[in-house]
Design a protein around this ligand. Structure first.
Ligand code: ADP
Ligand code: MG
Length: 244
């Protein structure tokens, strides 16, 4: 059975085997960033087991790299305005923020926003907090008696506000106003401790990055929706995204 969602993985399936059920995630074994993502997900699994399904096995040959996880019963979350899931999302993001930085993640400084930021701003994105980064409805899951964070294929090390900021962006994408979305994370320790100037710089960089992606892929309307969300967040914070 193939799962409903999935952003970018070449092959996803749940497998019922005599030895038990697995969730299989596989990428074509090209020596590129996507292979690296799966290698990261494999390396990080022992450190995120309080939140993530267990990696049970992995395999690799010339054509494929494959990870076999414990199969969980859980549903995607709803980031929409008025959704009862939102407090759960906030709690999960706080729990990610409490994880210790694994040694291996020190080698993964979060630099994806640097190129889009104003001069001098990337410094503000540095830190030694362990970050999931890819906060979205398919990666924060609700189960019958516990909740999960899956898809640790983009983790990094950086400023603590980045994961709550990713949640804010997705909440705005879910049609919360920027003020409402920010109010959801207002009590997050990582948000309260952040320098507002760092958040400003991040919002500007996020808006530019999302707009660039949307312009490159006009066939993907959700990218435009994310760019609009990021731009409305910048407007709310009275920031200039595109200087004249
Ligand atoms: N261990 C698991 N057991 C069952 N379903 C899972 C498991 N991990 C992820 N899923 C489901 O599969 C989807 C895609 O997995 P994910 O790791 O997020 O891959 P992608 O990188 O393609 O987004 C998730 O959104 C979730 O619905
Ligand atoms: Mg995912």
């Amino acid at each position: 059975m193939a799962p409903e969602h999935g952003y970018g993985t070449d092959f996803l399936a749940t497998v019922e085997a005599r030895s038990g059920d697995f969730f299989v995630k596989a990428m074509r074994n090209k020596n590129n960033g996507r292979r690296d993502q799966l290698l990261r997900e494999k390396a990080i699994n022992p450190f995120v087991r309080g939140l993530a399904p267990e990696l049970l096995w992995s395999a690799e040959d010339a054509d494929w790299i494959v990870l076999g996880f414990e199969r969980i019963e859980a549903r995607d979350t709803d980031f929409g305005r008025g959704s009862p899931d939102v407090p759960v999302l906030v709690e999960l993001v706080n729990r990610i923020g409490e994880l210790e930085l694994p040694e291996v993640a020190r080698e993964w400084p979060e630099t994806r926003w640097d190129w889009w930021a104003d001069r001098g701003a990337p410094e503000l994105f540095r830190g030694d907090t362990f970050l999931h980064v890819d906060i979205n409805p398919g990666n924060l899951l609700i189960g019958a008696d516990r909740n999960w964070v899956v898809d640790w294929s983009w983790p990094g090390c950086g400023a603590a506000f980045i994961d709550p900021a990713m949640l804010v962006l997705q909440l705005i994408g879910g049609l919360h106003t920027p003020a409402e979305a920010e109010s959801w994370v207002a009590g997050c320790p990582a948000w309260m401790a952040a320098d507002p100037k760092a958040i400003d710089a991040f919002v500007v960089a996020t808006a530019r990055m999302n707009r660039h992606r949307a312009l490159r892929r006009p066939d993907e309307p959700w990218l435009d929706a994310m760019a609009v969300a990021a731009e409305s967040w910048a407007t709310h914070r009275e920031l200039t995204v595109y200087p004249d």
